[in-house]
Design a protein around this ligand. Structure first.
Ligand code: PLP
Length: 421
């Protein structure tokens, strides 16, 4: 991972020596880099703008990381938000993301959440990305009661199968997400849905950690076809999120460059939409992982070693409750020691949680480790803290940020017993 390098045998995160902060804070904790976050957002936005896409809107997916200080940075850069709950809506607004840049996804929006989103400022949020006809009916009836107009986008289920983990694949009939084309078309003709609702967009989101763009292309073509068929004056086409990152060195070669991804989006939209109509809807993106995964790391301390015949366990103080991806998806994350050493010792890096899946890496070649040594789990910025829990009644860990001026600040305190119990 290029964000992490050794200098004088000490691990540096974006040129910042981790040795000192590892000692300064109580482990385990997250460290984020304002520089990397800023670069990733601007790179994403500028790549979209450079391919000539019309007035692109980047709606950062809060579920990947909803830390308020990080969101404030993104808000200051012009980012919008893709939210999936009332809590995320409140957080996005508090961080300064304007409602006219907020899209609301998710299959289970409650009446309370819908009312909240309709009432924000005067005009409500930019769009409800609707996932079922019952949801549309509920949104319309809430808008009637509040005497408002709801801005609606249909999330299309494009019926494609991307190559990714089955838990993070979302674009096929067997998944709970999105509406089939036929259902969208028939909903358009039912007056009852539209008394206080207006169709302003069509969206897709086919899955996460996508490294192969074939399914993305087919899904965008489908998006274009359906958008044209609606014959509505759409304001935007939302191509979703999902672009992957290289967690494993083997993925680096496969990883789509942002410019290639943006070119694919742009040429596909030109060929299948803009060339066939006078309409000029803007393009909305909903990236999460690609913006924030590499902007964060998770620092843990070795508690002790344990050897069971051929199995060498290194027990650390971070657990699957703090960082769930390896146990939930079998996801690979690089593990590095803060003090550089030769990888000579194959071991399993495991946490304290009472589950065998509480393992951050098996058969990893690590230097000889002893109690008090620090281990960094790489690429921990996305789906890290936000997926964490209090399982085993453990407090949530600290989050810190390396600012542009290289000062380190606490951006979320650790949860101690007073808050936990
Ligand atoms: C999770 C999600 C995203 C973000 O996905 P990433 O893989 O983090 O880019 C975007 N849109 C929707 C609807 C989502 O559910």
């Amino acid at each position: 991972m290029k964000e992490l390098t050794y200098k004088n045998k000490k691990l540096h995160f974006n040129e910042f020596d981790l040795t000192e902060i590892a000692k300064k804070f109580k482990t385990p904790f997250f460290v984020y880099s304002e520089n990397i976050l800023t670069q990733n957002y601007l790179h994403f936005f500028n790549s979209a703008a450079q391919t000539g896409l019309i007035n692109p809107l980047v709606c950062f997916a809060l579920k990947s990381n909803s830390n308020k200080e990080l969101l404030k940075i993104l808000a200051s850069l012009g980012s919008g938000a893709d939210i999936v709950s009332g809590g995320e809506l409140k957080r996005a607004l508090e961080a300064g993301i304007p409602p006219e840049k907020i899209v609301f996804s998710g299959v289970g929006k409650t009446e309370e959440e819908i009312i909240f989103a309709l009432k924000v400022k005067r005009n409500g949020i930019y769009s409800f990305n609707v996932e079922s006809l019952e949801e549309l009916e509920l949104i319309n009836s809430c808008a009637v009661k509040l005497k408002k107009t709801a801005r609606i986008c249909f999330r299309l289920n494009p019926v494609v199968q991307p190559k990714t983990h089955k838990y993070i694949s979302t674009g096929n009939k067997t998944h709970k997400f999105g509406l089939l084309e036929a259902d969208i078309m028939s909903a358009l003709h039912h007056r009852k849905y539209w008394t206080n609702s207006k169709l302003v967009g069509i969206s897709i989101h086919i899955g996460s950690q996508l490294l192969d763009l074939k399914a993305t292309k087919s899904a965008i073509i489908k998006l274009c076809d359906v958008a044209l068929k609606t014959k509505e004056p759409l304001e935007f086409l939302d191509v979703g999120g999902g672009l992957g990152v290289d967690y494993h060195p083997d993925e680096t070669k496969k990883l789509p460059h942002l410019s290639d991804y943006m070119n694919l989006v742009s040429t596909t939209l030109n060929q299948h939409f803009y060339s066939k109509t006078e309409l000029r809807p803007r393009v909305v993106f909903e990236p999460g992982r690609r913006i924030v995964a590499k902007a964060g790391i998770f620092v843990m301390k070795v508690l002790r070693n344990k050897i069971s015949e051929n199995n060498h366990f290194v027990i650390v103080d971070g657990g699957m409750n703090d960082f769930m991806r390896p146990s939930l998806y079998g996801a690979y994350h690089e593990l590095l020691t803060i003090k550089e050493g030769k990888g000579i010792n194959p071991c399993h890096i495991v946490g304290p949680i009472c589950e065998s899946s509480d393992c951050f890496g098996s058969h990893r070649l690590m230097p000889q480790l002893k109690s008090g040594d620090f281990i960094v789990l790489c690429d921990a910025g996305a789906y890290g803290y936000s997926m964490g829990s209090n399982y085993n009644l453990r407090g949530r860990p600290l989050e810190t940020l390396i600012k542009k001026n290289k000062r380190v600040v606490v951006i979320n305190k650790a949860q101690d017993y007073s808050k936990l119990l």
